[in-house]
Design a protein around this ligand. Structure first.
Ligand code: AMP
Length: 280
């Protein structure tokens, strides 16, 4: 069966209502397109959990700041649709901006808790309200039972999980481990911006995070280990936004030694900003 492409909410609803009437369980994978194996792994995980899988492609203007890369964000609709079909996705939802933000739109979902942890939010102040607003709309549009998100964007995963619970959106958010290149670099639509030399340097992020995690596992102080990791990235030519150890469930600064920890990093190489994170 070939994949359905819906570009309007009413087209999407026709299909979703039909699936509902047949008693089928559904899952959604929200994306901004420029799809790679990370996204397709989310689709595969969604297929394993639900009878029907929808992927959404929407480059959300509300989560880009004026100076960010909205206009140069990669777009490849034809390639994306072919990949989704190949991955066995049942429906691709590609709403246009008017469908999501009609004339006069003024409502924003305002998120706190993990969204105010002082990580991505510190460098991109409107980012998580923008993400939460569009994701809430996509959850309502698709009325899915499950939504799949990558641990690659760990703070986002926690923010969206919390929002779905707080607003009783009736959708279970499921996180999927980060898919990596052979040398460990987390797959990302932004990796294509790296020069050959930067692409080679970029593997240092996961290597330094792993070294820091190992130091902590054998009893090292998380603060000391992450500071050393930040220093070593700087030495290698990165501009470091943060390298930090946080409570894995809340992203709060840890206060005791028996909390589950997550190491999170964001650093820039030239014009490209890379993020990554791992469990301790
Ligand atoms: P994006 O299109 O970058 O907004 O990402 C859409 C979804 O794919 C988000 O839930 C991301 O966390 C997830 N994702 C992006 N890269 C990866 C990756 N390397 N591994 C797993 N999930 C990913």
């Amino acid at each position: 069966m070939s994949m359905i492409v819906a570009r309007s909410l009413s087209d999407l609803r026709d299909v979703v209502n039909l699936w509902r009437s047949e008693g089928l369980g559904t899952a959604v994978v929200p994306t901004m397109g420029a799809l790679h194996e990370g996204h397709l792994t989310l689709v595969a995980a969604a297929k394993a959990k639900a009878d029907r899988v929808m992927a959404t492609i929407f480059v959300n203007p509300k989560q880009f700041a004026a100076h960010e890369d909205l206009s140069r964000y990669p777009r490849d609709e034809e390639g994306d649709l072919a990949k989704l079909e190949q991955a066995g996705c049942d429906l691709a939802y590609l709403p246009n901006a008017d469908e999501i933000y009609p004339e006069g739109f003024v409502t924003t979902v305002s998120v706190a808790g993990p969204a105010k942890a002082g990580l991505e939010d510190k460098f991109r102040p409107h980012f998580f309200d923008g993400v939460a607003t569009v994701v809430a709309k996509l959850f309502i549009h698709t009325a899915a039972d499950y939504a799949f998100f990558g641990e690659k964007d760990y703070q986002q995963l926690l923010v969206v999980t919390r929002m779905a619970r707080d607003l009783d959106l009736g959708i279970e958010v499921i996180g999927i481990p980060t898919i990596r290149e052979e040398d460990g670099l987390a797959k990302s639509s932004r990796n294509r911006y790296l020069s050959k030399h930067e692409r080679h340097q970029a593997t240092a992020i996961i290597r330094t995070l792993e070294q820091a995690a190992e130091k902590i596992r054998i009893g090292g102080d998380p603060q000391v280990a992450t500071k050393a990791a930040a220093r070593s990235l700087m030495t290698l030519g990165f501009e470091v936004d943060y390298v930090t150890a946080r409570n894995a469930e809340t992203l709060a600064v840890p206060v005791s030694s028996d909390e589950p920890l997550r190491l999170l990093a964001a650093a820039r190489l030239g014009k490209t900003r890379l993020i990554d994170n791992i469990a301790v």
